[in-house]
Design a protein around this ligand. Structure first.
Ligand SMILES: Cc1cc2nc3c(=O)[nH]c(=O)nc-3n(C[C@H](O)[C@H](O)[C@H](O)COP(=O)(O)OP(=O)(O)OC[C@H]3O[C@@H](n4cnc5c(N)ncnc54)[C@H](O)[C@@H]3O)c2cc1C
Length: 435
């Protein structure tokens, strides 16, 4: 594995040590007292800091370039006593990562279909990810976040990297707007609530979406008129083949409806290790969705509504509509809402004037997959231990003991039936593993 990063530096005339993790990311080890270090993470999100990282990289006076061994020798002269809670910092002393053989992964997924990984390891830092990428390279590799958007069809005959990189770090604040970096292994909902507690607003409509922060850009998660792309600043990801840490801005992520470059041209090439968000204390409220308005009104009107109240309304609506994965196995919407040409839509509408639809970009039309499945007669249909949820036709459920193959067989039958009835081929939103 070749990689330009990490690179190691020391400040001449002082004891400060640096690890340059990527072109915009530096870990600093600052001496404290006689025998301790304090670690800081620096993310270059403005020009002066980018310039500083560039100068460190060039290694010109007063900075000395070190080999990894020489750096470690200097580092080992002190111990670490404190560190900022930055996402992705290497825990110290480093706990050597290790594989768990034949690990059961059904419980790590919200569908709960039984499956094993040949070997599974917890990823608590960038260093863990690099270790796992270079170990047992003959085995295929997959990344697991919260397991809420995948269906295991069979055992995974390979390495599975369970993302557990933690930490939340505010790196910019102009009094209103903040930029915050969050570790890929943080729970999405936990992060949304943490942000609201801190007064960093803009993500409230995305409360209670299961899963991890690192997976959120994968399919540009969205709900109630907001998508992750609306509050996304950048992410850092490690290339699976080279180990290089690179930064992706919004343009490079090529976000679309439940889509990004990580599901298209860059599929299976990167491990996302942290995501940065742009939030505002005075973010505008997004309450245009009818369900949110009614919920707010039922709570006593929408005057002086706070961001937290919107989050609470969203949580109540979601709890009333969607099955709780801790009670019934599911992965949320199993299918994407199909987007069709206006001609195709008009053909469907001639036979089904009541078809639920919404405008989509470029004059196209988005159909409600749940409506198509419901009208095709599948809502509440049960087949053995799996079925279609009786409250939400878009959600396939595992009542307990269903295999991935059984759930997929049901999905295929629904897809064929809907295509036969409406001429529209549904596509799964959920990632199919080992199909
Ligand atoms: C009840 C329920 C409701 C839901 N509601 C919504 C909703 O309203 N809107 C919505 O958009 N989604 C929704 N989802 C889907 C799901 O919550 C999201 O897609 C979520 O982002 C998945 O996160 P995860 O960590 O569980 O990903 P996983 O299921 O673990 O992984 C999903 C995919 O991303 C890859 N991946 C995960 N983490 C990383 C990483 N760090 N680097 C590289 N690749 C990675 C995996 O390999 C896999 O291909 C819902 C799911 C459930 C169960």
């Amino acid at each position: 594995m070749s990689m330009d990063f990490p690179q190691f530096r020391k400040l001449e005339g002082a004891q400060n040590l640096y690890v340059i993790e990527g072109p915009k990311h530096v870990t600093e080890w600052q001496p404290m007292g006689k025998s301790n270090w304090v670690m800081h993470q620096h993310f270059a999100s403005d020009y002066p800091r980018y310039q500083w990282v560039t100068e460190l990289l060039q290694g010109e006076d007063p900075v000395r370039i070190l080999t990894a061994d020489a750096w470690e020798q200097l580092r080992s002269e002190r111990s670490v006593t404190s560190a900022d809670p930055a996402p992705g910092r290497t825990p110290w002393p480093p706990t050597p990562s290790s594989w768990r053989e034949e690990a059961p992964v059904g419980p790590l997924t919200t569908f709960g279909a039984a499956a094993h990984a040949q070997c599974l390891a917890e990823m608590a830092s960038d260093a863990d990810v690099r270790w796992a990428l270079q170990d047992r390279v003959e085995l295929p590799l997959m990344v697991l976040g919260g397991g809420s958007n995948l269906l295991m069809h069979q055992d995974w005959a390979g390495r599975m990297l369970h993302m557990n990189i933690r930490g939340v770090q505010k790196i910019a604040d102009d009094g209103d707007a903040v930029e915050v970096v969050v570790g890929a292994g943080e729970s999405w909902h936990g992060w949304v609530m943490h942000a609201l507690d801190a007064g960093w607003n803009g993500l409230e409509n995305l409360a209670l979406i299961p899963g991890s922060v690192g997976a959120s850009p994968m399919q540009n998660i969205g709900a109630y008129g907001v998508e992750v792309k609306d509050r996304f600043a950048w992410l850092e990801a490690i290339h699976r083949d080279t180990g290089a840490l690179e930064r992706f801005d919004s343009k490079r992520c090529a976000f679309g409806y439940r889509d990004s470059v990580f599901k298209q041209a860059e599929k299976d090439k990167w491990v996302i290790v942290r995501v940065a968000f742009s939030l505002e204390r005075t973010a505008p409220l997004n309450t245009q969705y009818g369900a949110i308005q009614s919920e707010l009104q039922s709570r006593g009107g929408d005057h002086d509504t706070t961001h937290r109240q919107v989050a609470e309304a969203v949580i109540t609506i979601r709890q009333s509509k969607l099955p709780d994965p801790s009670e019934i196995g599911n992965a949320g919407s199993f299918f994407k809402n199909p987007v069709v040409s206006r001609d195709a839509f008009e053909r469907i509408q001639r036979n089904h004037p009541e078809v639920a639809h919404y405008p989509a970009p470029e004059g196209r039309v988005k159909l409600a997959a749940g409506w198509l499945i419901d009208r095709a007669g599948w809502k509440g249909h049960r087949r053995g231990t799996c079925g279609v949820h009786d409250g939400q036709a878009l959600v396939l459920v595992n009542y307990g003991g269903a295999t991935g193959a059984e759930i997929w067989a049901l999905a295929l039958d629904i897809m064929e039936d809907v295509e036969g009835k409406y001429g529209v081929r549904l596509e799964p939103e959920v990632n199919q593993i080992g199909l």
